[in-house]
Structure formats: C-alpha cells, structure tokens
Design a binder for this molecule. Structure first.
Ligand code: ADP
Ligand code: ZN
Length: 610
C-alpha cells in the first residue's frame, strides 16, 4: 500500500508535466494573435498577409511564414473599414467571406490536456485502490465477498482434525437435508466459531463443510471490514447477509473474527467507532436471521479471549469447535494428504517424519512437503527421498523456532513426566475427576502440555478431602519432576498458583483449617478502585495474616508430600507411560489405567519400535 502511494505521486507529477507540454505545444502552433487594426494594415502594406477571411465584424487570417520566427502566424483583428476588400485586392491577398473556424482549435487546445489529465487520473485511481470497488460506486458498497460456487474441498483433504469433523458433521447433514431438521422443529446453530492456532486448517474445514454439502461458500476477512471508510463496514455486513439469504443454503465464513469482534473498549484509537458500528451490525444481523433458512455463519479466530462476549452469547456464535495442533497421528495423516500431490516420491518413512515434526501445524507440514520437493528438484534427484525431508525439516524448524514454540527433546521429556505426574496422582486418589487424556502437544499460548480432567457431574459442594486431592493433583506435576530429575522447572507455576488459591480459600472462606477454626475471613472489597489483589484482603490483623499464610503453606506442603509418596510407589508406571506419551504425544486415561494395573496396552506390539 505504501509503495503504491509513493508511486502515485510520481504519476501525478508526470501527468501534470505531460499536460503542460501539450498545452505549450498547442498554444505555440494554434494560437491566434489579436492584432490592432493599424498593425494589420502595416502587415498588409508590407505584403506579409497570406490570406484572410472576413465576417461581419472580424477579420481572421494568416501571416506569411517568413514573417515571425519562421512559423505561420494566425491572427485576428476587428473589421474597422467596411471597404477592406478593395484594399486586400490591391495587395493581392486571397480573401473569402467565411471564417475558417478557429473554434475547433481553441477547443482542442484546452480539451486535449484535460482529457489526458483525466486519463492519468483514472489510471491512478485504479492503481491506488486495487481493493476498492471503484471510487464511482462509493457508498454503494459492493462488498468484497469471495463467492465460491463449489469449493471442491472435502473432508478427505483435511486430516488430523477428527474431533472437529465430528462436530461439523451435523451441520453438513443439515445443509443437505434442511427439511429433516425443520420437520422436527429443531433449530440449527447460527454461528459456529472455529478456534485454533493459525495454519491448523480452520479455513479448509469451513470450505470442506461447504464442499461436502454442495453449497456455495462466501468468505470475507474480519480485517477487511475495518479497513473501510466509516459506515461502510456496517453496510458490508448487511450486504453480506442479504446476499447469503438469496443464495441459501450456503455458508458465510468470516476469517480473523477477532479483527472485527474485539471486545469493545480494547485497543486501537483510530477506527474505533467504525469497528464498533460494524460489530453492532453483525450482532443485529446474527439476531435477525433464522438459521433454518439454511445460512450457516462460520468464523475463525486464534484469539477467542479477545472477542466481545456479546458475540458468544446463545443464538450467536454459541458453538465453538476447537481446531488444535495435530498430534503425531494427525501429522502423519496430514503429511499423507500432501504427499498424495507429489508425483515422484521415493521410499518414505512417514511415521518417522511425523515424529520429527512435533509442534508443526498443517500449514507448516504443507510447506515442508513443498520444500522437500523443491530440494529434490534443485539437487536433480529422481524422486523426493527421506534425505530431502530431513533437510527440509531443519529449514522449516529453523524458521519456526522464532515464530512459535516447538519444544525440543529435553523439554518434551520434562513435560511428559510433569503431565504424567498430574495424572497418576489424580488416578491414585479417591474422589477425583477422571483423567480424560494427557498430551504433550503444545497448546495455545501458555501450556506446554496438559492433563484433561472432566468433572463427573456439575459440582456445587466439595468436601475437604476432594479439595485436598485437587491440590495434590495440581502439585503432582512438580512432584514428578522432583522424583525423576531431582530438579524442578518453571513449568509448574500455573499449577502452584491454582493450588495456593484453593488452599487459601479453604483457610479463609470454608473454615477448613484446624488452626484457624470455623472462621470466615474473606472481606468484602471496600472500594471499587482498589487493585483486584488488594480488594481480597479482609479485616484482620497482621498476626492473623501470618497465621493464614502458615496454614496455606502447611496444606500445600502436606499435599506435595502426598503427591511425592504416590509417585515414589509408581516409578514403573511412570517410566512405561512416559515411553507411550513421548511416542504418541497423547495417552488416554483408560490407557494409563491399564499401564498402572500392569496390563500391556492392546496393539502396542503391532507398532514397530522406533
Ligand atoms: P487456518 O485457516 O487455520 O489459518 P488454513 O485452513 O488456511 O489454516 O490452512 C492453510 C494451509 O495449510 C492449507 O491450505 C493446507 O494446505 C494446509 N493445512 C492446514 N491444516 C491442514 C489439515 N488439517 N490437513 C491438510 N492440510 C492442512
Ligand atoms: Zn502442570
């Protein structure tokens, strides 16, 4: 954009320059000089007049070439003497009664430059605003919505996101047979939000839904809405929905929803109102349309936390689908999808490739395959072989390391033990939420890995034992690091904060500390202007505060010991489970249970050890 702008100034200068030259030239050759009558008579006497034309009150004519700097000079003068024809005859000047009109010349000498100028200007406008619908239709807002009748992308093209696909299957079913759903009186979700890091295939998934259900696909990027002139964004939203309703059933896809749907009040000074207007319009449209006409709105974001909460309310983007980084199995499938397109391919160990590419997303893997192919071409190989892929991995990784977190082998190891620590402690204690799965695929922004626990039921009451077990589980990660490496890392700081929170609440809110007794010490916040942390503090003395801290510490220490004891008795399990986790990058709660019970995993032997 900047470049264009710079360029355009030059176009202007050149344009003006051309105009000036043309003007000058035309003026020089066509200019008509107005002569005083006396001077005309003088020229006539001297025999310098070539020819004249006479009208009722004007004489126009041409002087002979030699008269002035070798050029023929046109002139006009007033007709004073009515008997001019005799005078002309006397000097043998050719004359006629009609005018050889200079009108055309005059017009041309002025209009030509104007046309040239306009031409340059049009050219310029076109150059300057490639994205604009044309400045003539300003305000009509022909929205730049990309429409694809058939995306040609199916679920087969998007690999390694099986969980997201399952969620989207229902939408496809609906788009194929809307009647089946509406007959039952069902209501389809209006808005579906795909959440996940960049390059994980969110756009592809949306296109695949359109492709699978054979409906048109409209897409627009959230950032395009806000780059517009004030008021145009809202108009675009309106247009987009109108267009979509006409084309129902169809899918509207808004990429980078966060650019447009940022919580009101966050960030940016300029264009603030514009974004707000656009967002409001989107909310209005979302509320106003009935999804049963077959328009499904899909959007993608990698920063769901900045979205305006209003967007996520029921009836809007109330369904969220997580499109996460692929695990090893997922990466293998994605690689296979992209390898299909490579024509000359050697013997590849895709399994090993998948293992080498921990942390990469679909876009990285697509890039990797391409890079390897290029390397093979460059080194004049017959086929793309493993060697090219190894080199490509190095290149891609080097590029990625700056961009995002690709954890290295040593870190992976630590993370694996840490996560297993949480899981094993949790599973060894009664009354804890069952462990769903453990993964070491880097997630989101902060966590290096995670242990997912699903609460069995919605809880309103928790016993003291349950709370203590929860603390022990939270500390299990650090305990595992301590047990195995005799060293602790920073990976646990989130765990510690959560554990301390629970312990503190037990002491000052729930009256669960023997030392403190049945007390409630959590003060109501006094002023609204206190910092969040400060407002927590109630009305109690320094001594009490110290006692509270001691109690919290005691609870934490005790539970840390509990975790350590459990893990010390489970060293075998830990070692076995870590092997599985490092290889598969995830392990289900069920699998871990089997390892803990000493049962070998079914099917483990089938996979060749690497
Ligand atoms: P996002 O919208 O999540 O940023 P895209 O859908 O634009 O990601 O993906 C970019 C490219 O990466 C795709 O064109 C495709 O080649 C590749 N890609 C990403 N995810 C996958 C996947 N799950 N399976 C196959 N290819 C993928
Ligand atoms: Zn942890």
């Amino acid at each position: 954009m900047k470049k264009h702008y710079k360029f355009s100034i030059w176009y202007f200068i050149i344009g003006i320059w051309i105009v000036l030259i043309v003007q000058n030239y035309l003026a020089g050759s066509f200019a008509v000089k107005t002569l005083p009558y006396s001077e005309f008579l003088q020229y006539l006497e001297q025999g310098k007049v070539a020819e004249v034309a006479i009208t009722a009150n004007e004489i126009q004519g041409r002087l002979k070439a030699e008269s002035e700097n070798g050029k023929e000079q046109y002139f006009k003068t007033v007709k004073v003497d009515p008997e001019i024809s005799e005078l002309l005859s006397a000097h043998h000047v050719k004359y006629s009664g009609t005018i050889e009109s200079t009108f055309l010349r005059d017009i041309i000498s002025w209009l030509l430059p104007v046309f040239i100028f306009l031409g340059v200007w049009f050219f310029l406008m076109k150059k300057m605003m490639p994205q604009q619908p044309g400045f003539m239709s300003l305000g009509k807002s022909k929205a730049k919505i990309y429409k694809q009748e058939a995306t040609g992308i199916t679920f087969d093209d998007v690999a390694g996101v099986d969980e997201a696909k399952v969620e989207l299957e229902e939408i496809i079913e609906f788009l194929k047979n809307p009647d089946k759903f509406t007959d039952f009186g069902g209501q389809m979700p209006k808005g579906l939000l795909l959440v996940g890091p960049p390059g994980t295939g969110k756009t592809m998934l949306a296109k695949a839904v359109a492709g699978e259900s054979n409906v048109p696909f409209f897409s627009i990027s959230g950032s395009e809405f806000v780059e517009m002139f004030v008021g145009l964004g809202a108009a675009r939203v309106r247009d987009m929905f109108e267009e979509a309703k006409k084309n129902a059933p169809c899918i509207i896809f808004i990429d980078e929803l966060d650019a447009l749907g940022k919580a009101r009040g966050i960030g940016g000074y300029g264009g603030h109102d514009e974004r707000e207007q656009t967002l409001n319009q989107l909310l209005v449209e979302l509320d106003g349309f009935d999804s049963n006409i077959g328009v499904i709105l899909m959007a993608a974001t990698n920063r769901p936390e900045v979205l305006d909460p209003a967007l996520l309310r029921p009836g809007r983007f109330d369904r969220q689908v997580l499109v996460d980084r692929p695990d090893k199995e997922g990466r293998k499938k994605i690689l296979e999808v992209h390898l299909r397109k490579v024509k000359r391919i050697g013997d590849l160990d895709v399994d090993r490739l998948a293992a080498m590419t921990a942390g990469m997303v679909g876009a990285d893997l697509a890039n990797l395959v391409n890079e390897a192919t290029l390397l093979a071409v460059r080194s004049r190989k017959e086929r793309v072989e493993m060697a090219q892929f190894e080199e490509a991995v190095e290149r891609v990784v080097a590029g990625l390391e700056k961009k995002n977190r690709l954890i290295n082998k040593k870190e992976r190891n630590i993370v694996a033990y840490h996560e297993l620590g949480h899981a094993i402690v949790s599973m060894s204690l009664p009354d804890t939420d069952p462990v769903q799965k453990i993964t070491i695929v880097p997630r989101g922004i902060a966590a290096l890995g995670y242990t997912m626990q699903l609460p069995t039921e919605d809880r309103y009451l928790m016993s003291k034992t349950e709370l203590l077990n929860k603390i022990a589980t939270l500390l299990g990660g650090r305990a595992a690091e301590q047990t195995v490496f005799n060293e602790i890392s920073t990976g646990a700081h989130n765990d510690l904060a959560k554990a301390a929170d629970i312990a503190r609440s037990m002491v000052i809110e729930y009256g669960m500390s023997e030392q403190m007794g049945q007390v409630y010490l959590k003060g109501e916040s006094k002023g609204q202007f206190l910092m969040p942390g400060l407002s927590q503090r109630g009305e109690y003395s320094e001594a009490t505060a110290r006692k509270i801290d001691e109690e919290v510490k005691k609870i934490i220490d005790e539970q840390y010991q509990v975790a350590l004891n459990i893990l010390a008795g489970q060293r075998d399990t830990i070692e076995k489970a870590v092997q599985v986790l490092l290889e598969k990058e995830k392990i289900s709660g069920e699998e871990l249970k089997q390892i803990m019970q000493g049962t070998e995993l079914p099917g483990r032997e089938e996979e060749p050890a690497t």
